[in-house]
Ligand binder design. Structure first.
Ligand code: FAD
Length: 286
């Protein structure tokens, strides 16, 4: 195991994100995906967390399974909105006991209906980071939003809040984006604010237009017309998928050329697109 901050200091990281399965079939399918991705020798994998704790046990079980059954360090995501300090302390104790060394510290989205809000000691990710620092010495990553967070007043304010949390953590992973300029502006804005911690770009290969449209709307990422037009030119689902993989490969190549400290792939629990991008980039596979 290793702290991701140290891995990034030593060289580029390549990492994959999964969601925790909620059924036996989902667990078997994710197990297969991880087995197919292990030859790519990822630096680490991360496992998402349902805001408000809705996947608390599933995330924990998936993280502990990866730790026990594979050679890849797992990093749990942890959202704080809807949790008390004691709940966070309990979750982290389990991870630390199991030898988990890194956490992605997030706010999470508040429930759509304010009446559904659980008691919460937290509003922002930075408060979670501060609490984690008092209870453990885990490595901490945070989320970055190249095009600005959807709830932020304006981009400059969002950048200042991001700089504040990145100053006291090890690295950031970004929301997905499709134009490299969004990533480059983010990194430049942070440098102007005196922050040069690694910002690992998040890569989402578009293999299904409707699905990414929904995700882009929720995350505040633009789904650019040039990409939509390219994808719409595909005559079959397979052609659309291939166009999406080629576009993601091109973005990864540009990011590596521009000196990005790593690549983090949103896998949606499937291995094919990521493996094809690896092959097209000529990255080593065991
Ligand atoms: P914060 O950093 O707290 O920012 C949220 C908003 O508050 C921003 O607009 C920010 O500018 C503003 N803000 C920050 N500090 C202050 C302050 N002091 N005063 C006023 N405003 C402030 N969600 C999940 O539910 N589960 C996941 O597993 C998950 N994984 C993610 C992984 C990545 C890589 C990314 C990019 C996002 C992920 N998300 C996940 C989504 C994330 O939880 C939401 O975007 C959430 O709304 C914001 O989380 P944050 O950690 O960026 O919040």
């Amino acid at each position: 195991m290793a702290r991701i901050g140290d891995l990034l200091a030593a060289g580029r990281t390549f990492s994959f994100e999964f969601s925790p399965p909620k059924s036996a079939a989902g667990s078997m399918s994710l197990g297969r995906t991880i087995a197919e991705l292990e030859p790519l020798a990822p630096s680490f994998v991360s496992v998402t967390y349902g805001a408000g704790g809705s996947t608390r046990e599933h995330t924990r079980d998936t993280v502990l399974w990866v730790k026990k059954e594979t050679n890849v360090p797992p990093m749990p995501h942890l959202t704080c909105v809807g949790h008390t300090r004691q709940e966070i302390t309990d979750i982290i104790s389990t991870y630390v006991e199991a030898g988990i060394e890194n956490v992605l510290a997030l706010a999470g989205d508040p429930p759509k209906n304010p009446g559904d809000a659980a008691p919460s000691d937290f509003t922002y990710a930075l408060e979670l980071v501060e609490h984690l620092r008092t209870i453990s010495d885990v490595g901490i990553g945070v989320a970055a939003h190249p095009e600005g967070h959807p709830r932020s007043r304006d981009l400059a304010t969002d950048r200042r809040h991001l700089a504040e949390k990145l100053r006291v953590t090890d690295f950031a992973t970004t929301q997905f984006f499709f134009d490299i300029d969004h990533y480059l502006s983010l990194v430049n804005d942070l440098a102007d604010l005196g922050v040069t911690k690694p910002v690992v770009p998040g890569i989402m290969p578009v293999t299904n237009i409707a699905q990414v449209e929904r995700m882009a709307e929720l995350s505040g990422a633009a789904f650019p017309s040039w990409l939509r037009e390219k994808l719409e030119a595909g005559k079959t689902a397979e052609e659309v998928r291939q166009i999406g993989v080629d576009a993601a490969t091109e973005l990864c190549a540009q990011l590596l050329e521009a000196g990005a400290p790593g690549l983090h792939f949103y896998t949606l629990n499937k291995s094919t697109a990521t493996r094809e991008i690896y092959a097209q980039l000529g990255l080593p596979v065991a």
